[in-house]
Design a protein around this ligand. Structure first.
Ligand code: FES
Length: 100
């Protein structure tokens, strides 16, 4: 794993997420109660989670409304036990970094 800068400070508004492509992976990064990152592609039909609506720690896939916990990656409905990979995120003085 390597720390990579993905965004400038302030680029991801509080309560929102953004999708990034890093090292061939699609990653969704959320600014909610600190920064959290997880694989950004829904396991259902590849919906993009970065722009999904956030309520507390739960993001809703924009395509068909499946829900994931942004801190654990856990799918909240349907397929029990499905979990997206999560990544460590750090806010540093010069931007937002992810360990990927
Ligand atoms: S693609 Fe995410 S719920 Fe269908």
């Amino acid at each position: 794993m390597v720390w990579k800068k993905i965004a400038e400070n302030g680029e991801i508004p509080i309560g929102k997420g953004k999708e990034f492509k890093i090292a061939e992976k699609h990653v969704a990064v959320f600014n909610q109660d600190g920064y959290h990152a997880l694989d950004g592609i829904c396991v259902h039909q590849d919906g993009s989670l970065g722009p999904g609506k956030l309520e507390g720690d739960i993001v809703e896939c924009p395509l068909h409304s499946w829900h994931y916990n942004i801190k654990t990656g856990q799918l909240q409905d349907y397929l029990k036990g499905v979990k997206l990979q999560t990544y460590k995120v750090e806010k540093r003085s010069d931007g937002i970094y992810i360990d990927i």
